[in-house]
Write a protein that binds this ligand. Structure first.
Ligand code: TRP
Length: 445
């Protein structure tokens, strides 16, 4: 093993770190806002189906590829098949990571800023907060620097230590907030929105949103799990490790739904208000609680940490690429990539009204730059990356070799590996392909 590479200390260490990557703003900020803009329960059901039938097998594929090659996404692919085209697939993953990190850190900066806003300016509307460059830009910068500092620390000491302690506390606090939300008058409508499907509103965009979000939430499609898998020892059971990550992540997303939607309706808001949704609704819930301010501060601290364990995984992928492939030192890669993310994240940071003077940073009418980045990189690009990786693992590398790696450390019979192989070769790529085609209106409206 090369210098500057690390290894997880145990299965539990890996599961918590990978769950730390998966669980983040995706569950607590993105899931509610995307569910809200895509009509509620029907979206949730399609999302759950995507998690089980597409993402779970695909998650195993990324783990297998990572553990087998012990490389970053680009190196992992090259270790199995040399060739320009396939290297580009890995490169797309790394680049997608940079782009997601750029706007994700903007939202993470909001979460971090809310710790102080709760105390200093509780009455300030979210729109005013998000549209002040003097507020959002420093927060964005601070968050990137925090991410950098953790990633410089390296795998075991940096990432793992944080994830282990703090995830359980977040879970506990969410339970408290769910109970508060559900006991608000008018909460029932929120539960109906979340659980009573109306399939008549489902269209190509909704299906794409559900599939893309499933990848996003599980940190799939750009190589994060390949990278995390590359630090796994051979005796770890990948089925158990991967299955637990998917289970935790999905559970937390549903809990976030329960935390937000009853409150959305109880406070008479529209579920479709887009990226600011959680930041507008939660303070209203806190206001209705005894010790609300304390709870709010603790909540936003934990949310920032959940976001940090995710930004860390994004930066880690890109870093491991420069460390493995370009022989940069860890420190240099982390700072250079971090700075680059800050620069390309500027339009997203300024897109929530903070750039009136710069033309509003909105494209296509009213759609904010941040929203567009989220759709292109946090949705489309992940699905495309996943499609290509399924083809790579299932057809180029081949199910026999990949299956052998999957079998190591597990005592499931050959049927399990065979079923997985069928999913990776046929079910996953065909379904993803159809969803993408559908998006381009190939099947009509
Ligand atoms: N999954 C994380 C979340 O839900 C975000 C994230 C981290 C991510 N790493 C990723 C998304 C890699 C896509 C790809 O907040």
């Amino acid at each position: 093993m090369q210098k500057d590479r690390g290894q997880w200390s145990s299965t539990l260490g890996f599961v918590l770190a990978a769950a730390g990557s998966a669980i983040g703003l995706g569950n607590i900020w993105r899931f509610p806002y995307v569910t809200g803009t895509n009509g509620g329960a029907a979206f949730v059901i399609i999302y759950l189906a995507c998690v089980v039938f597409i993402c779970l097998p695909f998650l195993l594929a990324e783990l297998v590829l990572g553990r087998h090659t012990q490389r970053n996404p680009v190196g992992a692919i090259a270790a199995i098949k040399k060739g320009r085209a396939w290297t580009l697939v890995g490169g797309l993953g790394v680049f997608t990571g940079v782009c997601i990190l750029s706007y994700y850190s903007v939202i993470a900066g909001w979460a971090f800023g809310y710790i102080f806003k709760t105390i200093l300016a509780p009455a300030m509307p979210h729109a005013d907060f998000a549209s002040s460059p003097l507020i959002v830009l420093p927060l964005f910068a601070v968050f990137i620097v925090l991410t950098i500092l953790v990633v410089v620390g390296g795998v075991r000491h940096g990432i793992e230590r944080w994830a282990k302690v703090l995830m359980p506390v977040l879970l506990l606090l969410m339970v408290v907030l769910i109970i508060r939300g559900m006991t608000l008058p008018g909460a029932k409508q929120g539960l109906e929105f979340l659980f009573k499907p109306d399939f008549s509103a489902v269209n190509a965009t909704v299906i794409m949103a559900a599939l893309g979000h499933a990848f996003f939430s599980l940190s799939l499609g750009m190589g994060a799990i390949i990278t995390y898998g590359s630090y796994l020892p051979k005796n770890v059971n990948l089925w158990v490790a991967g299955g637990s990550v998917a289970l935790f992540d999905t559970l937390i997303a549903l809990m976030a739904g329960l935390m937000i939607f009853p409150a959305v309706f109880a406070t008479g808001r529209s579920p479709a208000s887009g990226p600011p949704l959680v930041f507008e609704v939660l303070p209203a819930v806190f206001a209705e609680m005894p010790l609300g301010m304390v709870v709010a501060v603790v909540f936003f601290i934990l949310l920032s940490i959940a976001a940090l364990t995710s930004t860390v995984s994004l930066l880690e992928v890109v870093t491991s690429y420069f460390v493995d492939e370009r022989r940069w030192t860890r420190t240099k890669s982390v700072w250079v990539v971090g700075a680059f993310c800050f620069v390309i994240g500027l339009p997203s940071a300024l897109s929530q009204g903070a750039s009136e003077t710069l033309g509003g940073m909105s494209l296509f009418g009213n759609t904010s730059f941040l929203f567009i980045m989220d759709f292109i990189w946090g949705n489309l690009s992940l699905a495309i990356g996943a499609l290509l990786l399924c083809i790579f693992v299932g057809w180029v590398w081949g199910i026999r070799s990949a299956g052998k790696e999957l079998g190591q450390g597990s005592d499931l019979g050959p049927w399990a590996v065979r079923t997985w192989g069928f999913f990776i070769r046929w079910v996953c790529p065909v379904l993803i392909f159809l969803v993408l085609l559908n998006l381009f209106n190939v099947f009509g409206d």
